[in-house]
Ligand binder design. Structure first.
Ligand SMILES: Nc1nc2c(ncn2[C@@H]2O[C@H](COP(=O)(O)OP(=O)(O)OP(=O)(O)O)[C@@H](O)[C@H]2O)c(=O)[nH]1
Length: 413
C-alpha cells in the first residue's frame, strides 16, 4: 500500500514537472506524429539555429585545441590527432553550413545525428591512437580529456527540444560507443568500466529529462501563439507562417495555390442584439463548419475578429469555387434567431493572379471580398469577377429583410 502511494506520488510529481496532464500531452512528448506544422517548424528552426551555433564553434575550437596537444603530447601523436581534428572541423563546418538552410525537421534531425556522430567517431579514433602510447603526467591528463568527449556530447542533448523517441535513437549509438570502449580487459578495470557506464547513463537520464522539459515548454508556448483560444483555428501569426510556407512550396513545385478570404455578414448585429457571448458561439460554430468542409491539407486561419482565410494548396480557381460551393451548401451555422450565417468571400490564386508573394494574394482576396460585400454580401467574388451566390438566401435587393440588423445595411463598416 505504501509502495503504491509512493509510485502515485512519483507519477504525479513527474507529470507536474513535465507539465503532462492529458494523454495527448504525453503522446506529444513520446513522438512527433501529432505535432502540428507550426510546432514542427518551430522545433526545426530552434534545432538548426543551435546546431549552427555549436558546429560553428566546434569547427574553430577543434583545430585550435591541437595547440594544447602540441604543447603536451609527443610530436607523432600530435600529428595523428591533428589529422582527425582537421577532418572533424571540416565536418562541423559542413554541418554548420547546412544548418543555415531553410528549417525543416528532417534536415534538423539529420544534422543533429551528424553532429552527434562526429564526436564519438573522433573519440574512438583518438582513443585508439592514445592507447598506443605510454603516457604519463601532464600527457596523461590531456589524454584523459579526450575520454570526456562522449559525456560532453550527451549533455549537449539538453540543448534541443526532442521527443523521447528521438532522444533514444540519438543516445543509443553514443551509449554503445561508451559501453564498447569501456569493456574491461582485466579484472582490475571492471570498477572503472562500471563507473564510466553508470556516470554516462546518469548524465543521459538528466539530459533526456531536460530535453523533454524543453519540448514541453516549447509545445505550450507554440500552441498558445498558434491556435486561437475561441475557435481553435490558426492564429493570424501562425497563419502568416503557413501562408509564407505554402507560397514558397507552391512556387518551388510550380503548382496552384488558392486562398479564400471570408468575412461573416452582419456579424456585429449578433453581438449588438444577443450579446458578445452569443457572438462567440456563432463564431465558433462557423469556424467548426469551415474546418469540417475543407480538406485535410487545407488550413483555416482566424485572420481577424470575424474574418477567416482558408489556404487551399494545389487548388485551381475552379477547385476553389468548388470549395466555396461546399461551404455554401454546408453553411456556416445559424444566428441566434435561426437565420443562416453567411459570409462574403474573395478568392485569389497564385498563377491566375500572377501573385509574386503571399501578401499580394491576401490583398487581392481581401479586395474581392470587399467587392462581394458591396454587391450585396452572401456571395463570393472570384478571379474575372465570377460570382457564386449563397443558396436559398435573399438576393442583394431584398437583403433589407435583415430586421435584426440595426445598422444601415448598405453601409460598409
Ligand atoms: N463575439 C465576438 N465578436 C467579435 C469578436 N471579434 C470581433 N467581433 C465583432 O465582430 C464585429 C465585426 O463587425 P463589422 O466588421 O463592423 O461588420 P459586420 O457587422 O460583420 O458587417 P459586414 O462585415 O459589413 O457584413 C464587431 O462587432 C466586433 O466587435 C469575437 O471574438 N467575439
Amino acid at each position: 500500500m505504501k509502495r503504491m502511494k509512493y509510485v502515485t506520488a512519483m507519477y504525479i510529481s513527474l507529470s507536474e514537472s513535465l507539465g503532462i496532464y492529458t494523454l495527448d500531452q504525453l503522446y506529444e512528448l513520446l513522438t512527433n506524429k501529432q505535432h502540428s506544422m507550426p510546432i514542427s517548424r518551430h522545433r526545426a528552426s530552434i534545432m538548426q539555429s543551435r546546431i549552427f551555433f555549436f558546429c560553428a564553434i566546434f569547427a574553430v575550437l577543434v583545430p585550435v585545441w591541437s595547440l594544447i596537444d602540441l604543447l603536451f603530447l609527443p610530436g607523432e601523436l600530435w600529428r595523428e590527432l591533428l589529422l582527425i581534428r582537421v577532418i572533424s572541423a571540416t565536418a562541423f563546418a559542413l554541418l554548420a553550413w547546412q544548418a543555415r538552410k531553410e528549417p525543416d525537421l528532417k534536415r534538423a534531425r539529420l544534422l543533429l545525428a551528424g553532429m552527434l556522430a562526429v564526436t564519438p567517431l573522433f573519440y574512438l579514433i583518438s582513443d585508439h591512437w592514445l592507447q598506443a602510447y605510454e603516457l604519463t603526467g601532464t600527457e596523461q591528463v590531456v589524454a584523459e580529456l579526450y575520454a570526456l568527449l562522449p559525456f560532453v556530447m550527451i549533455a549537449g542533448l539538453t540543448l534541443f527540444p526532442l521527443t523521447l523517441r528521438e532522444l533514444l535513437s540519438f543516445a543509443a549509438p553514443m551509449l554503445a560507443v561508451v559501453v564498447l570502449s569501456s569493456i574491461p580487459q582485466t579484472h582490475n578495470e571492471i570498477p572503472q568500466a562500471v563507473s564510466t557506464i553508470w556516470l554516462f547513463t546518469l548524465i543521459l537520464g538528466v539530459a533526456m529529462f531536460a530535453s523533454l522539459n524543453q519540448l514541453r515548454y516549447m509545445l505550450s508556448q507554440v500552441n498558445r501563439a498558434s491556435y486561437d483560444v475561441l475557435t481553435g483555428l490558426l492564429t493570424r501569426r501562425a497563419g502568416i507562417e503557413m501562408l509564407d510556407l505554402q507560397y514558397r512550396l507552391t512556387t518551388m513545385s510550380e503548382t496552384h495555390l488558392s486562398i479564400l478570404y471570408l468575412d461573416l455578414d452582419h456579424f456585429k448585429s449578433v453581438n449588438d442584439i444577443y450579446g458578445h457571448d452569443a457572438g462567440d458561439v456563432v463564431l465558433k460554430a462557423a469556424a467548426q463548419q469551415l474546418c469540417a468542409t475543407v480538406r485535410k491539407g487545407d488550413s483555416v486561419i482566424r485572420w481577424g475578429g470575424e474574418e477567416f482565410i482558408v489556404i487551399l494548396p494545389t487548388a485551381t480557381p475552379d477547385e476553389a469555387n468548388d470549395v466555396i460551393s461546399r461551404i455554401m451548401s454546408a453553411g456556416l451555422g445559424l444566428r441566434p434567431d435561426g437565420k443562416q450565417v453567411t459570409a462574403s468571400i474573395g478568392i485569389a490564386e497564385i498563377q491566375a493572379d500572377d501573385a509574386h508573394d503571399w501578401k499580394t494574394l491576401v490583398e487581392l482576396a481581401d479586395h474581392r471580398m470587399y467587392t462581394a460585400k458591396i454587391q450585396g454580401r452572401a456571395r463570393s467574388m472570384g478571379i474575372n469577377d465570377s460570382q457564386l451566390l449563397w443558396p436559398d438566401f435573399p438576393a442583394a435587393g431584398i437583403e433589407k429583410n435583415y430586421t435584426m440588423d440595426p445598422a444601415p445595411l448598405g453601409a460598409e463598416s
